[in-house]
Design a protein around this ligand. Structure first.
Ligand SMILES: NC(=O)c1ccc[n+]([C@@H]2O[C@H](COP(=O)([O-])OP(=O)(O)OC[C@H]3O[C@@H](n4cnc5c(N)ncnc54)[C@H](O)[C@@H]3O)[C@@H](O)[C@H]2O)c1
Length: 372
């Protein structure tokens, strides 16, 4: 069987100690390619050579597949597929560089899409123009609590979906997953507007980007379904990480002191089986998985299958942009002190701009937060 040749840009320094300062997602992607019969990891690039060398040792990459400059790697190796696992502010440079190279068929990039809305948009445009498949690694879509909830929705178990409530994580970093999942539950409809407020009293930098401490946001999709999200201290507003309210019932995911997935309708509540999976984790599939996870394997499989069949992946850049519009639009609503109607017509990251301009003045990060 012919295999896609794969290259990783941004290997990461340390796969054994994942934190918001460095998760080494390159290892997690490579592990998933190693578990995929259609792929062979042949090269890696990292501006820190020793990172690339350690990574190459782990994944049996020959010495002539190790690079510091990703453009040299593209020219020399001409990989079919590239995973981009550098910090968000560098995603655009590498993704557009891959598209412009003319040798790459597909790019699988990490989330959040980018550090600004304009950057996210340009990546999608560049890949569309050059007919390069672009997907973003929103691997939670493949966790059973979420796929089973989606199945129940499709079967009409709660009638018509009316509202998705989220009480988990933060707005930008985790939001790239949670708002994406809300979009999945609502059949990928785009939003029409968003209104939001936030509190940012203590600095919190994640993967190189500012992240507020607490936020409230509400948005409406073009089919009338609402999304609401409470993060930080207000996340306990909902009694589960996700509450999906329909005309005839409710689905709860990760219920407080309750099951991972619960269906309520006709006055009764039932637990829905999701195996041993939770929102973050699933038992090993039996393959070698030193650095990966079944969610990661399924995400890479989805992107690879889309490349093989020509079908559009549910991880596509277009779906990613719908989430990015809500995230950057939420910050823009805080800046404007008003509801923001879409299409979103800003280029920057309003949260970063509000910090830079002094409109928001978070105190330096305490050791308590850093150690959490
Ligand atoms: N999907 C998820 O659940 C999840 C979890 C954690 C992190 N992430 C995302 O993964 C991405 C990577 O984060 P990380 O924490 O794994 O990064 P990391 O810091 O562990 O690794 C990034 C690597 O990129 C290298 N690098 C930087 N600029 C480069 C360039 N121009 N060319 C080549 N290499 C370069 C660095 O030297 C570093 O080794 C981020 O977008 C982050 O938000 C996603």
């Amino acid at each position: 069987m012919s295999q896609f040749t794969v290259a990783i840009v941004g290997t990461g320094p340390d796969p054994t100690n994942p934190t918001v300062e460095g998760f080494a997602m390159g290892y997690r992607h490579a592990e998933a390619y190693r578990n995929n019969d259609h792929c062979r990891v042949v090269a890696c690039a990292d501006i820190v050579r020793e990172n690339a060398e350690a990574f190459a040792g782990e994944f049996d990459i020959d010495d002539d597949g190790i690079f510091e400059d990703y453009t040299e790697m593209l020219e020399t190796v001409e990989p079919d597929l590239v995973s981009v696992t550098v910090p968000p502010s560098i995603h655009e440079e590498i993704v557009v560089g891959c598209a412009d190279s003319g040798v790459v068929d597909a790019v699988h990039c990490e989330k959040p899409m980018a550090h600004t809305f304009a950057s996210a948009t340009r990546m999608v445009e560049a890949c569309n123009e050059r007919d390069v498949q672009l997907t973003f690694n929103r691997q939670r879509r493949f966790g059973r609590p979420f796929t089973e909830a989606n199945r129940l929705l499709d079967e009409g178990a709660i009638g018509d979906l009316e509202r998705v409530e989220i009480g988990w994580g933060d707005f930008f970093d985790t939001g790239a997953h949670t708002v994406d999942l809300a979009g999945m539950f609502n059949d990928e409809h785009p939003a029409e507007w968003v209104i939001a407020q936030l509190d940012y009293r203590e600095e919190d930098i994640r993967f190189g980007a500012h992240q507020e401490n607490q936020m409230w946001a509400q948005w409406r999709y073009d089919n009338g379904v609402h999304g609401v999200m409470a993060t930080g201290e207000s996340a306990s507003l909902t009694d589960a990480a996700f509450v999906l309210r329909g005309t005839e019932g409710t689905i709860r995911i990760d219920v407080e002191d309750g099951p991972m997935l619960e269906l309520s309708r006709d006055g009764t509540c039932e637990e829905v089986d999701v195996g041993e999976e939770n929102m973050h984790w699933a038992p090993s599939s039996g393959n070698e998985d030193r650095f990966g996870s079944p969610f990661q394997d399924r995400s890479i499989s989805n992107a690879v299958d889309a490349l093989r069949t020509g079908e559009t992946s549910q991880l596509s850049g277009e779906h990613g942009l719908k989430t990015a519009e809500i995230l950057f639009g939420g910050y823009e609503s805080v800046r404007r002190r008003a509801r923001v109607d879409f299409p979103l017509e800003i280029d920057d990251n309003p949260l970063e701009e509000m910090v830079d301009s002094g409109a928001l003045t978070p105190a330096p990060e305490s050791s308590d937060r850093r150690n959490n």
